[in-house]
Design a protein around this ligand. Sequence first.
Ligand SMILES: *Cc1c(COP(=O)(O)O)cnc(C)c1O
Length: 354
Amino acid sequence: METIIKKAGALKPLPDDSDLAFGTIFTDHMFNMDYDPDNGWHSPRIEPYGSFPMDPSTMVLHYGQSIFEGLKAFKAPGDRIQLFRPEENFRRFNRSARRMCIPELDEEFALKAGKELVRLERRWVPSAPGTSLYIRPTMIAMDPFLGVRASYTYRFFIILSPVGAYYKEGFNPVKIWVTEKYVRAVPGGVGEVKTAGNYAASLYAGEEAHENGYTQVLWLDGVERKYVEEVGSMNIFFVIDDEIITPELSGSILAGITRDSVIALARKWGYPVTERRISIDEVVEAHGVGRLQECFGSGTAAVISPVGEIKYKDKKLKIGDGKVGSWARKFFDAITDIQYGRAEDTEDWVHPVE
Ligand SMILES: *Cc1c(COP(=O)(O)O)cnc(C)c1O
């Protein structure tokens, strides 16, 4: 299949690298491809970024049959552009597709399309420290139909957005709120899928946290409300007695690529790292006897997000001395050094865009 390229007539002015936010600016072009049962995935094309018409009855708007991915392109020394473990994103995209009854696509083709788009938009990859070009592949149900069933037609698109450094005011610990009222996912549900509804479902708990002065929600399991699952839309790690612990992938936790990278590096460095269930009571207890050394989240947006305080019931657990812990710092530096080409890519994680 040949991707047709239709270039934009006039190009947008580039934003200033130093004051980029997240997800507000989009590049000149996007990738589009359609699916119908007779033709399968067809008509791949790169065309000017823009809106496309949708019937008010379009299924995705009503029943949320929609999946997405998030990855980044980084500017490395010598003006090279590189992606971080992108094949993992497209593999997960297809896993998400299967669970949401969306037809899978050729992962290699999709990755190639993403690279082709980034190559065309290379002037949009920012170079200021901590900045990157965010890549958002998305797939949505397109049938104009109000019955509840899987759609027959779909749209797959990729859009690009230059994003600023996540830590503009420095790499600072966040305060997180353990919600006892709401859950994110249950076993057998779609917690392990990057599907739109999960994020809509999380907003209300986020507001509860914000009203109480906390930045993120710490989610407990949906059955016993006892085991830690994720923080906001990141995976979570604890360091207790020099052991790095992260909740095992139980089916209701999103299998983060950053999570996997932290585990891989920890193992390589010879540190004890365990994927297992960890209850909030164990965290409280470890904190009480001074054994909880660190807690941090992991995800593409922030890479590592150190946690400085956990609020659970009437307890406020202060972690460390209010500064970023040494583990969080070590993982953040190691991963970002590979992403930005400042360190050797010993794990074969980087894909050049060329
Ligand atoms: C995307 C996401 C993550 C992090 O995944 P990465 O591949 O590391 O970016 C974690 N939890 C949720 C709910 C997510 O949507």
